[in-house]
Design a protein around this ligand. Sequence first.
Ligand SMILES: NC(=O)c1ccc[n+]([C@@H]2O[C@H](COP(=O)([O-])OP(=O)(O)OC[C@H]3O[C@@H](n4cnc5c(N)ncnc54)[C@H](OP(=O)(O)O)[C@@H]3O)[C@@H](O)[C@H]2O)c1
Length: 248
Amino acid sequence: MAKALVTGGSGGIGLEIAKVLSERGYEVCIVSRNEERLRKAAESIANCSFIAMDLSSGKNCIELYKRVRNIDVLVNNAGFGAWGYFVSSELKNELNMIDLDVKALHILTKLYLRDFVIKDKGYILNVASLAAFGSGPLMAAYYAAKSYVYKLTTAINEELRIRKSNVKISVLCPGPVDTGFNARAGVKFSIKPLSDKYVASYAVDKLFKGSMTIIPGKTAKITALLSHIAPERLMLRVCYLIQKNKGK
Ligand SMILES: NC(=O)c1ccc[n+]([C@@H]2O[C@H](COP(=O)([O-])OP(=O)(O)OC[C@H]3O[C@@H](n4cnc5c(N)ncnc54)[C@H](OP(=O)(O)O)[C@@H]3O)[C@@H](O)[C@H]2O)c1
């Protein structure tokens, strides 16, 4: 049976991706911090195991790689956001976010990619955000972190294409999705969110089709396009107003 590893698989987008992969015949291992939540999530998915681990520790990421080998699909989904003016937002929380959203994803991508390249098969789905396409006043570090995920993934995608590899790597860039994300970031929705179920099944479909950048929903696609063509100053102002509206 083919195997998939999903980080942040106990809730939100990760849990729904784990369900979709299980429905498609994968044995799934989900990883996040809260053991009780993981147990409940694993019970709701066929052929699912779990590992309770804080992936903001680089040491834990390497430990995870040693414990879970021979996978066919890696989903780097665990992540969170932080809201607030950069000058006053909490440094410890932001560094923890960078450790999870950037460092953990970087470590796991590299370690599993090396195995995939040797086998010349495997899929990696890195979860970024629409935030990857711009700068985000009031969520400055989160937007920068997701931009790192986007740029890292698309560069690796090109390296794989050049070496005619059968390994596929994609980056998922959703707009607002109805999950536990907002509660942790301390914000509320200013735009109608997509469901985590829809985003998960769309993302898995596109991953297996070999799409490089996956943007679920029409509104998100239009926003991504605008962020590429509109003047940067204008986008910064619009983004500030959206984020200001989201703050509690
Ligand atoms: N929701 C949105 O609007 C949205 C939009 C664009 C992108 N995204 C991205 O989508 C991804 C999933 O977010 P979500 O919306 O599904 O949020 P969520 O409902 O809060 O789920 C986050 C998952 O990550 C796990 N997690 C958090 N910190 C962790 C850590 N230190 N180590 C291991 N696991 C950890 C959580 O479980 P524990 O708390 O038990 O560890 C949970 O399983 C994130 O990368 C996020 O940036 C979300």
